[in-house]
Design a protein around this ligand. Structure first.
Ligand code: ADP
Ligand code: TRP
Length: 341
Protein backbone atom coordinates (compact mmCIF):
# COMPACT_ATOMS: atom_id res chain seq x y z
CA UNK A 1 0.00 0.00 0.00
CA UNK A 2 1.26 3.45 -0.83
CA UNK A 3 1.47 5.54 2.31
CA UNK A 4 0.21 9.14 2.39
CA UNK A 5 2.91 11.77 2.58
CA UNK A 6 3.80 13.72 5.70
CA UNK A 7 6.09 16.68 5.02
CA UNK A 8 7.69 19.25 7.26
CA UNK A 9 10.60 21.65 7.32
CA UNK A 10 12.57 23.28 10.06
CA UNK A 11 14.38 26.56 9.62
CA UNK A 12 18.06 26.73 10.59
CA UNK A 13 17.83 30.10 12.29
CA UNK A 14 19.10 29.09 15.72
CA UNK A 15 19.90 26.19 17.96
CA UNK A 16 16.90 23.82 18.19
CA UNK A 17 15.00 24.09 21.47
CA UNK A 18 12.41 22.25 23.55
CA UNK A 19 9.55 24.15 21.84
CA UNK A 20 10.73 22.84 18.46
CA UNK A 21 11.13 19.37 19.96
CA UNK A 22 7.68 19.13 21.52
CA UNK A 23 5.78 21.18 18.95
CA UNK A 24 7.24 19.73 15.81
CA UNK A 25 10.15 17.28 15.94
CA UNK A 26 8.62 14.70 18.27
CA UNK A 27 5.19 14.55 16.58
CA UNK A 28 6.80 14.53 13.14
CA UNK A 29 9.07 11.61 14.07
CA UNK A 30 6.10 9.71 15.44
CA UNK A 31 4.33 9.99 12.11
CA UNK A 32 6.97 8.06 10.19
CA UNK A 33 5.19 4.77 10.80
CA UNK A 34 1.90 5.68 9.16
CA UNK A 35 3.24 8.06 6.54
CA UNK A 36 5.98 8.36 3.98
CA UNK A 37 7.83 11.14 5.76
CA UNK A 38 9.64 13.89 3.86
CA UNK A 39 11.50 16.20 6.22
CA UNK A 40 13.96 18.91 5.32
CA UNK A 41 16.13 21.75 6.56
CA UNK A 42 14.52 24.96 5.31
CA UNK A 43 17.75 26.88 4.67
CA UNK A 44 16.25 29.15 1.99
CA UNK A 45 13.59 30.24 4.45
CA UNK A 46 16.32 31.01 6.97
CA UNK A 47 18.00 33.25 4.40
CA UNK A 48 15.30 35.87 4.97
CA UNK A 49 17.06 36.60 8.27
CA UNK A 50 20.49 34.93 8.47
CA UNK A 51 23.12 37.08 6.79
CA UNK A 52 26.26 35.08 7.46
CA UNK A 53 26.99 32.15 5.14
CA UNK A 54 29.19 30.25 7.57
CA UNK A 55 26.57 30.65 10.26
CA UNK A 56 23.77 29.38 8.00
CA UNK A 57 25.79 26.32 7.07
CA UNK A 58 26.62 25.61 10.71
CA UNK A 59 22.99 25.97 11.78
CA UNK A 60 21.89 23.68 8.95
CA UNK A 61 24.26 20.99 10.21
CA UNK A 62 22.93 21.50 13.73
CA UNK A 63 19.40 20.80 12.57
CA UNK A 64 20.53 17.75 10.59
CA UNK A 65 22.46 16.37 13.57
CA UNK A 66 19.53 17.09 15.89
CA UNK A 67 16.96 15.17 13.87
CA UNK A 68 19.30 12.25 13.26
CA UNK A 69 20.27 12.10 16.93
CA UNK A 70 16.61 12.10 17.94
CA UNK A 71 15.95 9.03 15.85
CA UNK A 72 15.23 10.12 12.30
CA UNK A 73 16.20 7.16 10.12
CA UNK A 74 17.42 8.52 6.75
CA UNK A 75 16.56 5.24 5.02
CA UNK A 76 12.96 5.53 6.09
CA UNK A 77 12.56 9.30 5.87
CA UNK A 78 13.42 11.35 2.80
CA UNK A 79 15.68 13.79 4.64
CA UNK A 80 17.42 16.63 2.82
CA UNK A 81 18.34 20.28 2.63
CA UNK A 82 15.81 22.49 0.86
CA UNK A 83 18.43 24.28 -1.25
CA UNK A 84 19.59 20.99 -2.81
CA UNK A 85 16.34 20.73 -4.79
CA UNK A 86 16.39 23.30 -7.64
CA UNK A 87 12.90 22.30 -8.87
CA UNK A 88 11.61 24.18 -5.84
CA UNK A 89 12.36 27.52 -7.46
CA UNK A 90 10.66 26.65 -10.69
CA UNK A 91 7.54 25.82 -8.77
CA UNK A 92 7.84 28.88 -6.53
CA UNK A 93 7.72 31.19 -9.55
CA UNK A 94 4.74 29.39 -11.03
CA UNK A 95 2.91 29.57 -7.70
CA UNK A 96 3.78 33.26 -7.38
CA UNK A 97 1.66 33.77 -10.46
CA UNK A 98 -1.26 32.19 -8.62
CA UNK A 99 -0.73 33.99 -5.32
CA UNK A 100 -2.99 37.01 -4.80
CA UNK A 101 -0.93 39.85 -3.39
CA UNK A 102 -3.64 40.45 -0.79
CA UNK A 103 -3.09 36.96 0.59
CA UNK A 104 0.57 37.74 1.31
CA UNK A 105 -0.35 41.15 2.76
CA UNK A 106 -2.21 39.25 5.46
CA UNK A 107 0.54 36.73 6.25
CA UNK A 108 1.55 36.93 9.93
CA UNK A 109 5.30 37.41 9.70
CA UNK A 110 5.06 40.18 7.11
CA UNK A 111 2.16 41.85 8.87
CA UNK A 112 3.99 41.79 12.19
CA UNK A 113 7.04 43.49 10.61
CA UNK A 114 4.80 46.05 8.90
CA UNK A 115 2.85 46.82 12.09
CA UNK A 116 6.08 47.20 14.07
CA UNK A 117 7.31 49.77 11.53
CA UNK A 118 4.06 51.70 11.61
CA UNK A 119 4.01 51.71 15.38
CA UNK A 120 7.58 53.01 15.50
CA UNK A 121 6.70 55.76 13.01
CA UNK A 122 9.04 54.32 10.35
CA UNK A 123 8.36 53.78 6.66
CA UNK A 124 5.96 50.79 6.64
CA UNK A 125 8.31 48.75 4.42
CA UNK A 126 11.54 49.61 6.24
CA UNK A 127 13.85 46.60 6.52
CA UNK A 128 11.33 44.24 4.92
CA UNK A 129 12.76 42.18 2.07
CA UNK A 130 10.72 40.48 -0.63
CA UNK A 131 11.99 37.12 0.68
CA UNK A 132 10.05 37.72 3.87
CA UNK A 133 7.03 38.87 1.88
CA UNK A 134 6.92 35.81 -0.39
CA UNK A 135 8.00 33.40 2.36
CA UNK A 136 4.57 31.71 2.26
CA UNK A 137 4.82 31.01 -1.49
CA UNK A 138 8.18 29.28 -1.05
CA UNK A 139 6.61 27.25 1.73
CA UNK A 140 3.64 26.40 -0.49
CA UNK A 141 6.11 25.15 -3.11
CA UNK A 142 7.83 23.00 -0.45
CA UNK A 143 4.53 21.39 0.39
CA UNK A 144 3.03 21.04 -3.09
CA UNK A 145 6.18 19.86 -4.87
CA UNK A 146 6.02 16.50 -3.12
CA UNK A 147 2.26 15.94 -3.10
CA UNK A 148 2.11 16.23 0.69
CA UNK A 149 -1.08 15.13 2.41
CA UNK A 150 -0.28 16.27 5.94
CA UNK A 151 2.08 18.85 7.36
CA UNK A 152 3.01 18.42 11.04
CA UNK A 153 3.84 21.87 12.43
CA UNK A 154 3.36 24.08 15.45
CA UNK A 155 0.38 26.39 15.81
CA UNK A 156 2.22 29.38 14.35
CA UNK A 157 2.47 27.66 10.97
CA UNK A 158 -1.25 27.00 10.52
CA UNK A 159 -1.77 30.11 8.42
CA UNK A 160 1.02 29.09 6.05
CA UNK A 161 -0.64 25.76 5.37
CA UNK A 162 -3.96 27.54 4.78
CA UNK A 163 -2.27 29.87 2.30
CA UNK A 164 -0.82 26.80 0.58
CA UNK A 165 -4.29 25.32 0.21
CA UNK A 166 -5.62 28.58 -1.24
CA UNK A 167 -2.85 28.73 -3.83
CA UNK A 168 -3.23 25.04 -4.73
CA UNK A 169 -6.96 25.45 -5.10
CA UNK A 170 -6.59 28.45 -7.41
CA UNK A 171 -4.15 26.44 -9.53
CA UNK A 172 -6.31 23.32 -9.60
CA UNK A 173 -9.38 25.36 -10.51
CA UNK A 174 -7.60 26.45 -13.62
CA UNK A 175 -5.72 23.31 -14.65
CA UNK A 176 -7.46 20.37 -13.02
CA UNK A 177 -6.50 18.28 -9.98
CA UNK A 178 -2.73 18.56 -10.09
CA UNK A 179 -1.91 19.45 -6.50
CA UNK A 180 -2.89 17.57 -3.37
CA UNK A 181 -4.56 19.90 -0.86
CA UNK A 182 -2.58 19.48 2.38
CA UNK A 183 -3.84 19.54 5.96
CA UNK A 184 -1.86 20.94 8.88
CA UNK A 185 -1.46 18.51 11.77
CA UNK A 186 -1.07 20.43 14.99
CA UNK A 187 -0.70 18.88 18.42
CA UNK A 188 -3.03 21.18 20.32
CA UNK A 189 -1.61 20.26 23.74
CA UNK A 190 1.93 21.28 22.80
CA UNK A 191 0.97 24.11 20.48
CA UNK A 192 2.89 26.69 22.47
CA UNK A 193 5.61 25.72 24.91
CA UNK A 194 6.68 28.63 27.14
CA UNK A 195 10.25 29.90 27.13
CA UNK A 196 12.21 30.75 30.27
CA UNK A 197 10.65 34.25 30.33
CA UNK A 198 7.10 32.92 29.98
CA UNK A 199 6.58 34.07 26.40
CA UNK A 200 6.38 31.41 23.67
CA UNK A 201 9.75 29.67 23.50
CA UNK A 202 11.37 31.01 20.36
CA UNK A 203 14.81 31.52 18.89
CA UNK A 204 13.78 35.10 18.20
CA UNK A 205 13.10 35.85 21.89
CA UNK A 206 16.34 34.50 23.28
CA UNK A 207 14.36 32.56 25.88
CA UNK A 208 15.05 28.99 24.81
CA UNK A 209 16.18 25.80 26.46
CA UNK A 210 18.36 24.15 23.78
CA UNK A 211 17.63 20.44 23.31
CA UNK A 212 21.27 19.47 23.56
CA UNK A 213 22.64 22.06 25.95
CA UNK A 214 25.57 20.62 27.94
CA UNK A 215 24.52 19.66 31.51
CA UNK A 216 25.90 22.75 33.24
CA UNK A 217 24.27 25.14 30.77
CA UNK A 218 21.02 23.18 30.91
CA UNK A 219 20.92 23.54 34.70
CA UNK A 220 21.76 27.24 34.59
CA UNK A 221 19.06 27.91 32.00
CA UNK A 222 16.40 26.02 33.93
CA UNK A 223 17.26 27.89 37.14
CA UNK A 224 16.56 31.12 35.23
CA UNK A 225 12.97 30.18 34.31
CA UNK A 226 10.73 33.00 35.50
CA UNK A 227 8.32 32.07 38.29
CA UNK A 228 5.96 34.16 40.41
CA UNK A 229 6.85 35.33 43.90
CA UNK A 230 4.78 32.82 45.87
CA UNK A 231 6.53 31.05 48.77
CA UNK A 232 7.03 27.27 48.95
CA UNK A 233 4.13 26.80 51.36
CA UNK A 234 1.66 28.79 49.21
CA UNK A 235 -0.80 26.93 46.97
CA UNK A 236 -0.03 27.61 43.29
CA UNK A 237 -1.77 27.11 39.97
CA UNK A 238 0.40 24.61 38.04
CA UNK A 239 -1.15 25.61 34.71
CA UNK A 240 0.21 29.12 35.11
CA UNK A 241 3.75 28.08 36.00
CA UNK A 242 6.38 28.03 33.27
CA UNK A 243 8.40 25.27 34.95
CA UNK A 244 5.40 22.96 35.27
CA UNK A 245 4.39 23.68 31.69
CA UNK A 246 7.64 22.15 30.50
CA UNK A 247 8.01 19.51 33.21
CA UNK A 248 4.61 17.99 32.40
CA UNK A 249 5.79 16.80 28.98
CA UNK A 250 8.86 14.96 30.21
CA UNK A 251 8.04 13.44 33.62
CA UNK A 252 6.13 10.13 33.91
CA UNK A 253 2.34 10.66 34.19
CA UNK A 254 2.05 9.53 37.83
CA UNK A 255 4.81 11.92 38.90
CA UNK A 256 3.14 14.76 37.04
CA UNK A 257 -0.12 14.01 38.87
CA UNK A 258 1.67 14.02 42.27
CA UNK A 259 3.47 17.25 41.54
CA UNK A 260 0.24 18.86 40.34
CA UNK A 261 -1.32 18.06 43.73
CA UNK A 262 1.64 19.56 45.55
CA UNK A 263 1.28 22.78 43.55
CA UNK A 264 -2.42 22.99 44.39
CA UNK A 265 -2.00 22.25 48.09
CA UNK A 266 1.20 24.16 48.73
CA UNK A 267 4.52 22.78 49.96
CA UNK A 268 6.46 22.84 46.72
CA UNK A 269 9.39 25.19 46.19
CA UNK A 270 10.19 26.37 42.69
CA UNK A 271 13.84 25.51 43.29
CA UNK A 272 12.83 21.89 43.90
CA UNK A 273 10.75 21.53 40.74
CA UNK A 274 13.47 23.25 38.74
CA UNK A 275 16.07 20.80 40.01
CA UNK A 276 13.67 17.99 39.23
CA UNK A 277 13.12 19.28 35.69
CA UNK A 278 16.86 19.58 35.19
CA UNK A 279 17.48 15.97 36.23
CA UNK A 280 14.70 14.65 34.04
CA UNK A 281 15.82 16.58 30.95
CA UNK A 282 19.46 15.77 31.51
CA UNK A 283 18.68 12.05 31.58
CA UNK A 284 16.07 12.22 28.80
CA UNK A 285 18.48 13.72 26.29
CA UNK A 286 21.72 12.11 27.52
CA UNK A 287 22.03 9.45 24.81
CA UNK A 288 20.75 11.56 21.93
CA UNK A 289 23.17 14.29 23.05
CA UNK A 290 26.10 11.93 22.55
CA UNK A 291 24.83 10.97 19.12
CA UNK A 292 24.29 14.66 18.31
CA UNK A 293 27.89 15.53 19.14
CA UNK A 294 29.17 12.61 17.09
CA UNK A 295 27.10 13.65 14.04
CA UNK A 296 28.18 17.27 14.34
CA UNK A 297 31.80 16.21 14.36
CA UNK A 298 31.35 14.32 11.06
CA UNK A 299 30.18 16.77 8.42
CA UNK A 300 31.16 14.47 5.58
CA UNK A 301 28.69 11.92 6.86
CA UNK A 302 25.99 14.59 7.26
CA UNK A 303 26.55 15.78 3.70
CA UNK A 304 26.33 12.23 2.40
CA UNK A 305 23.02 11.65 4.14
CA UNK A 306 21.59 14.95 2.93
CA UNK A 307 22.72 14.43 -0.67
CA UNK A 308 21.13 10.99 -0.85
CA UNK A 309 17.95 12.51 0.59
CA UNK A 310 17.98 15.31 -1.98
CA UNK A 311 18.25 12.81 -4.83
CA UNK A 312 15.23 10.96 -3.52
CA UNK A 313 13.33 14.22 -3.04
CA UNK A 314 14.09 15.29 -6.60
CA UNK A 315 12.71 12.05 -7.99
CA UNK A 316 9.40 12.67 -6.22
CA UNK A 317 9.36 16.39 -7.04
CA UNK A 318 10.26 15.89 -10.70
CA UNK A 319 7.17 13.79 -11.31
CA UNK A 320 4.91 16.55 -10.05
CA UNK A 321 6.89 19.23 -11.88
CA UNK A 322 6.38 17.37 -15.15
CA UNK A 323 2.62 17.57 -14.66
CA UNK A 324 2.85 21.23 -13.67
CA UNK A 325 4.98 22.22 -16.68
CA UNK A 326 2.69 20.41 -19.01
CA UNK A 327 -0.37 22.08 -17.47
CA UNK A 328 0.96 25.64 -17.56
CA UNK A 329 2.68 25.22 -20.93
CA UNK A 330 6.33 25.90 -20.16
CA UNK A 331 9.59 24.15 -21.12
CA UNK A 332 10.23 21.64 -23.81
CA UNK A 333 10.08 18.08 -22.61
CA UNK A 334 10.92 15.00 -24.65
CA UNK A 335 8.21 13.20 -22.83
CA UNK A 336 5.62 15.60 -24.22
CA UNK A 337 6.42 14.45 -27.74
CA UNK A 338 6.21 10.83 -26.80
CA UNK A 339 2.94 11.21 -25.00
CA UNK A 340 1.01 14.19 -26.35
CA UNK A 341 -2.10 15.04 -24.37
P1 ADP B 1 11.28 29.63 16.44
O1 ADP B 1 9.99 30.28 16.87
O2 ADP B 1 12.13 29.29 17.59
O3 ADP B 1 12.02 30.45 15.39
P2 ADP B 1 10.56 27.97 14.24
O4 ADP B 1 9.67 29.06 13.74
O5 ADP B 1 11.79 27.62 13.49
O6 ADP B 1 10.91 28.26 15.76
O7 ADP B 1 9.68 26.65 14.42
C1 ADP B 1 10.02 25.33 14.04
C2 ADP B 1 8.86 24.43 14.41
O8 ADP B 1 8.73 24.32 15.84
C3 ADP B 1 7.51 24.96 13.90
O9 ADP B 1 6.70 23.89 13.49
C4 ADP B 1 6.94 25.64 15.12
O10 ADP B 1 5.54 25.73 15.09
C5 ADP B 1 7.45 24.77 16.26
N1 ADP B 1 7.62 25.58 17.47
C6 ADP B 1 8.48 26.62 17.64
N2 ADP B 1 8.39 27.14 18.88
C7 ADP B 1 7.44 26.42 19.52
C8 ADP B 1 6.88 26.48 20.85
N3 ADP B 1 7.31 27.35 21.73
N4 ADP B 1 5.93 25.59 21.17
C9 ADP B 1 5.51 24.68 20.26
N5 ADP B 1 5.98 24.56 19.01
C10 ADP B 1 6.94 25.42 18.63
N1 TRP C 1 8.08 28.03 7.93
C1 TRP C 1 8.38 26.89 8.76
C2 TRP C 1 8.79 27.40 10.15
O1 TRP C 1 9.14 28.54 10.30
C3 TRP C 1 9.46 26.04 8.16
C4 TRP C 1 9.02 25.45 6.86
C5 TRP C 1 9.48 25.80 5.61
C6 TRP C 1 8.04 24.43 6.67
N2 TRP C 1 8.85 25.06 4.66
C7 TRP C 1 7.96 24.22 5.27
C8 TRP C 1 7.23 23.72 7.55
C9 TRP C 1 7.05 23.29 4.72
C10 TRP C 1 6.34 22.79 7.00
C11 TRP C 1 6.26 22.58 5.61
O2 TRP C 1 8.78 26.64 11.06
Amino acid sequence: MVKPISLSGIKPTGTPHLGNYLGMIKPALKMVQQYQAIYFIADYHALTTIRDGKELRRLSYEIAATLLALGLDPEEVVFFRQSDVPELFELTWILNCYTPKGLLNRAHAYKAALDANIEAGRDPDAGINIGLYTYPTLMAADILLYGSHVVPVGQDQRQHVEITRDIAQAFNNNYGEIFVLPDAVIQEDVASIPGIDGRKMSKSYDNVIPIFAPSNLLRKTIMRIVTDSSRPEDPKDPEKDNVFNIYRYFAPADEVADVRERYLHGGLAYSEIKQNLYEILNAYFAEPRERYNAYLADQTRLEEILMIGAERARIIGSKIMRKVRRAVGVRYERELEARPQ
